[in-house]
Design a protein around this ligand. Structure first.
Ligand SMILES: Cc1cc2nc3c(=O)[nH]c(=O)nc-3n(C[C@H](O)[C@H](O)[C@H](O)COP(=O)(O)OP(=O)(O)OC[C@H]3O[C@@H](n4cnc5c(N)ncnc54)[C@H](O)[C@@H]3O)c2cc1C
Length: 500
C-alpha cells in the first residue's frame, strides 16, 4: 500500500471516503470489491481515532441484552464468526470468566439466562457453549479472585483483536482491490455544482498541497468528527452525535489467562479485565465527553475509578504506580435520551444530506463489515449501481489458508529454526503478519540489527519497521509504535525515531 497523492487527481472516483477508521476502511473494502473506483483520505494516521482505542473485543456484547438489543447482539455474534474465519491471525477466541457475587446488581439467574440467549443468538457461529463454574473453579482463575460473597460463576467465549492492525488489514485489502488510500490527508471543503457535491477539497498535511478529489458520492466516516464534516458541507442544526469517553489502563501481566467481565462496585457498570499482548487491559469508563483539545487526556479520577474496580475483585492489588500506560477514545454514539451515557444508542444509521453527503453515524467495531455493506448498498441505490456485497467470506490480507493453530505452530517452528529469533518473537511475527510473514522476514534481512528486539522485554523486532514503512504506510514514530506495533502504548521510551 503506497502513498500516492497524485493518484487522487487522476480522473473521477465513484466514492470518496473521509475517515480512515474502521467504518471508512470497511466501506472502502466493500465498494472496491464491487468494482467501484474508491478514494479514502484520513487526516491523521489510519485508526488514529477511536479505532485504536477500543477494548479490543470482537463481541456480541452480552451487556446489551440488558437493554433488550437482541437484533444488535445477534448481528454482532454472526459478524464475530465471520471475522474469526476471515482474519484468524488478528481475531482469536477469548474465554471470559463471569463471577457471581451475593447482592450484585444482576442476579446469577439473569446472567445464566442471558448467557443461554447469547449462545442461541450466535447459532452456528457460537465459539463454544457457555457453562457454569463452581466457586472453586472461579477461584482458580489466576490471579486469585476475591472469595468473600462469591456464589460461583460462568465461563463463556468472545473474541480478541488488535484493533489498529485489523483496520490496517482492511485498508490494505481494499488497496489490493484498487482503492486509493492515504493517511495525513484532510478533507477541508467540498466542491459543488448547483448545490450538489461533485468533489472533496483535501490538504496533504505532510506537504500543505491542496487537491480536488472528483467523485460521484462522498461518505463521511469521520467517527466522532462526523458533525464537523457535516458543518464543512454547509449543514446546520443540532449535532447528531453525543460522544462518550472511554478510558483503559494497561497493567503488567498478572497471569490472567481468561478475560473477566465484572460489575464495578461503585455504580454497577460492566467493566473488563482483558489479557492482551502479555499485558492486562482494564476498562472502560463511560462518561460524557467534554468538548475541547484535552478531551482525550486521561484524568487521575478515571485511573482511580478503574483501579478501584480491579482491586475490589483481585487479592493481589494493583497500585497506580504499576500502571504502564493509559489510553482514551470517544464512542461515536447517536444522540439519544439525555443524561444517561450507557443508554445512548450503540446502533448505527445512515444520514443523507441535501447536497449528497452521506454520513455514517454510530456503530461498533465488531459489526464494521455489516455496516459497510449497508452503507454501500445505500450508496449503490443513490448512484444507480447494481452489484452486491462480496465481503462475507472475503479473507483479509495475511489470513492463511491452513487452519490457524496448525499454521501458527508450523510457521513459528520454521522461523525460530531458520532465523536468529527466539520462539516468542517468531510466534509474535506469525500472529502479526499471518501469511505475509515470509515477505516481512525477507525485508527484515536487509536491515542492520533487523532481528534485534526493539525493547528487551517485548517480542517486537527492529526490522519489522522496514515492512511497516514500505507496505503499511507508517510515517511518524507514533504510526510505528502506537498502531503498526503497539508497544509504545506501554513502553513510552520507544516512541522515538524508528530505526529501520
Ligand atoms: C473506549 C471504547 C471501547 C470500545 N470497545 C469496543 C469493543 O471492544 N468492540 C467493539 O466492537 N467496539 C468497541 N468500541 C466502538 C468502536 O471502537 C468504534 O465504534 C469504532 O472504532 C468507530 O470507528 P470509526 O471509523 O467510525 O471512527 P474513528 O476510528 O474515530 O475514525 C474516524 C476517522 O476520521 C478521521 N477524520 C475526521 N475528520 C476528518 C477529515 N476532515 N478528513 C479526513 N479524516 C478525518 C479521524 O482522524 C479518524 O481517524 C469502543 C469504543 C470506545 C471509545
Amino acid at each position: 500500500m503506497k502513498r500516492r497523492i497524485e493518484a487522487f487527481t487522476e480522473g473521477s472516483f465513484d466514492l470518496c471516503i473521509i475517515g480512515g477508521g474502521i467504518t471508512g476502511a470497511g466501506a472502502a473494502l466493500d465498494a472496491a470489491t464491487r468494482g467501484w473506483r474508491v478514494a479514502l483520505i484520513e487526516r491523521g494516521d489510519f485508526a488514529s481515532g477511536t479505532s485504536s482505542a477500543s477494548s479490543k473485543l470482537i463481541h456480541g456484547g452480552l451487556r446489551y441484552l440488558e437493554y433488550g438489543h437482541l437484533r444488535l447482539v445477534h448481528e454482532a455474534l454472526i459478524e464475530r464468526g465471520r471475522l474469526l474465519r476471515n482474519a484468524p491471525h488478528l481475531v482469536q477466541p477469548l474465554p471470559f470468566v463471569l463471577p457471581f457475587y451475593q447482592g450484585q446488581r444482576v442476579a446469577p439467574w439473569k446472567w445464566r439466562l442471558g448467557l443461554t440467549l447469547y449462545d442461541l443468538l450466535a447459532g452456528r457461529e457460537n465459539i463454544a457453549r457457555s457453562r457454569r463454574l463452581s466457586i472453586r473453579r472461579v477461584q482458580s482463575v489466576a490471579p486469585p479472585i476475591r472469595s468473600h460473597d462469591l456464589r460461583g460463576g460462568a465461563l463463556f467465549y468472545d473474541a480478541l483483536m488488535d484493533d489498529a492492525r485489523l483496520c490496517l488489514a482492511v485498508l490494505r485489502t481494499a488497496s489490493r482491490h484498487g482503492a486509493i488510500v492515504a493517511n495525513y490527508v484532510e478533507a477541508v471543503g467540498f466542491e459543488k455544482h448547483q448545490g450538489t457535491i461533485i468533489g472533496v477539497w483535501a490538504e496533504d498535511r505532510l506537504t500543505g498541497q491542496r487537491i480536488l478529489i472528483r467523485c460521484r458520492a462522498v461518505l463521511n466516516a469521520a467517527g466522532p468528527g462526523v458533525d464537523a464534516v457535516c458543518r464543512l458541507a454547509g449543514e446546520v442544526g443540532e449535532p447528531r452525535l453525543q460522544p462518550t469517553k472511554g478510558v483503559h489502563l494497561i497493567a503488567p501481566a498478572r497471569g490472567h489467562r481468561a478475560a473477566c467481565l465484572l460489575l464495578h462496585p461503585r455504580d454497577g457498570r460492566v467493566f473488563f479485565v482483558i489479557p492482551w499482548y502479555g499485558k492486562t487491559l482494564i476498562g472502560t469508563t463511560d462518561t460524557f465527553a467534554e468538548p475541547g483539545p484535552a478531551v482525550l487526556q486521561v484524568l487521575p479520577d478515571e485511573v482511580a475509578y478503574l483501579l478501584e474496580g480491579y482491586n475490589a475483585y483481585f487479592e493481589e492489588t494493583l497500585r497506580s504506580d504499576e500502571v504502564m500506560g493509559t489510553f482514551a477514545g470517544l464512542r461515536p454514539l447517536i444522540r439519544a435520551r439525555p443524561g444517561e451515557p450507557s443508554s445512548l444508542s450503540r446502533e448505527f444509521c445512515i444520514h443523507e444530506a441535501a447536497g449528497g453527503l452521506v454520513t455514517a453515524l454510530g456503530g461498533k467495531y465488531t459489526t464494521f463489515r455489516a455496516i459497510a455493506e449497508a452503507i454501500v448498498d445505500r450508496l449503490a441505490a443513490i448512484l444507480g449501481e447494481s452489484g452486491h456485497c462480496r465481503t462475507v467470506g472475503l479473507r483479509l490480507v495475511g489470513a492463511p489458508k491452513a487452519p490457524w493453530a496448525e499454521f501458527l505452530a508450523e510457521k513459528t517452528a520454521a522461523i525460530a529454526k531458520g532465523f536468529p529469533v527466539d520462539t516468542d518473537s517468531a510466534a509474535h511475527l506469525v500472529r502479526r503478519y499471518g501469511e505475509e510473514v515470509d515477505a516481512v522476514l525477507a525485508k527484515m534481512c536487509d536491515v542492520p540489527d533487523g532481528f534485534a528486539r526493539v525493547h528487551p522485554e517485548e517480542p517486537d523486532l527492529i526490522g519489522e519497521q522496514r515492512w511497516q514503512r514500505d507496505e503499511e504506510m507508517a510515517i511518524q514514530p507514533a504510526d510505528f509504535f502506537l498502531r503498526r506495533s503497539r508497544i509504545g502504548m506501554w513502553r513510552r521510551d520507544v516512541l522515538s525515531e524508528p530505526e529501520a
